[in-house]
Design a protein. Structure first.
Length: 186
C-alpha cells in the first residue's frame, strides 16, 4: 500500500508522461503536480474539525459559530452552532441553538434544535423546542417539550398559538381554566 501511494505522491516521475497533457493547461509540468497535491486540501475545507472547549475553561458570554463545537467546561451565555455537543462534566447556563444538539451534561436554559438528544447522563432544566428529539433512559429533564417544524427561528418562540397574544402556553392554559369554571357554574 505505501509503495503505491508513494508512487502517486512524487508525481514528477509519472509527470513526465503527464507533462504533455498538463503542459497546454498550465504551461509547465511542475505546477500540474502541485495542483494535484493541492486538491486534497479542498477536502478539509468542507468539514473543519470541531472546536473543543476544555473542562478547565469558564466562559461568561455568548458563543456563535457556523461549525461544530464540543463543550467540556462551564459557560454562562447563549450558544449557537451547527453541531453542539455538551460533555458530561459541562454546565451551561443559557440558551442553546443548533441544528444538532447532543447533551451529556447539565443545561439550565432553553434548548432549540432540529435534532436534540439527551443521553442518560444529561440534566436539563428548561424548555426544549425541537423537530426531532431522543431522550435516553436515565436522563433528568424538567421543563416542557415542544415540536416545531422550524425550531431555530427566533421570531416567535411559540408559533402554535398565533391567534393568542400570549407568549407562553402555561399563561394561556391558566387563563382558559378559570374561564371554563365560571362558564360551567352559570
Amino acid at each position: 500500500m505505501f509503495s503505491k501511494s508513494k508512487i502517486n505522491e512524487p508525481g514528477p516521475k509519472s509527470g513526465d508522461n503527464a507533462a504533455p497533457a498538463s503542459t497546454p493547461a498550465t504551461g509547465s509540468p511542475a505546477p500540474s503536480s502541485a495542483s494535484s497535491s493541492y486538491t486534497p486540501s479542498a477536502a478539509p475545507k468542507t468539514k473543519p474539525p470541531a472546536s473543543v472547549l476544555s473542562a478547565d475553561l469558564h466562559i461568561k458570554g455568548n458563543l456563535k459559530t457556523s461549525g461544530d463545537i464540543q463543550i467540556e467546561g462551564q459557560i454562562e451565555g447563549d450558544i449557537r452552532a451547527h453541531l453542539l455537543t455538551i460533555g458530561e462534566g459541562a454546565t451551561i447556563k443559557g440558551e442553546l441553538v443548533a441544528d444538532d444538539v447532543v447533551i451529556n451534561g447539565r443545561i439550565v436554559g432553553r434548548v432549540r434544535g432540529l435534532k436534540v438528544r439527551l443521553t442518560s447522563s444529561a440534566r436539563v432544566e428548561g424548555d426544549i423546542i425541537h423537530k426531532t428529539i431522543a431522550i435516553e433512559s436515565g436522563a433528568h429533564f424538567e421543563g416542557s417539550v415542544q415540536r416545531q417544524d422550524d425550531p431555530l427561528s427566533t421570531g416567535a418562540p411559540r408559533p402554535t398559538m398565533p391567534s393568542s397574544s400570549t407568549t407562553s402556553a402555561p399563561s394561556s392554559a391558566s387563563t382558559s381554566a378559570p374561564s371554563a369554571k365560571p362558564t360551567t357554574g352559570s
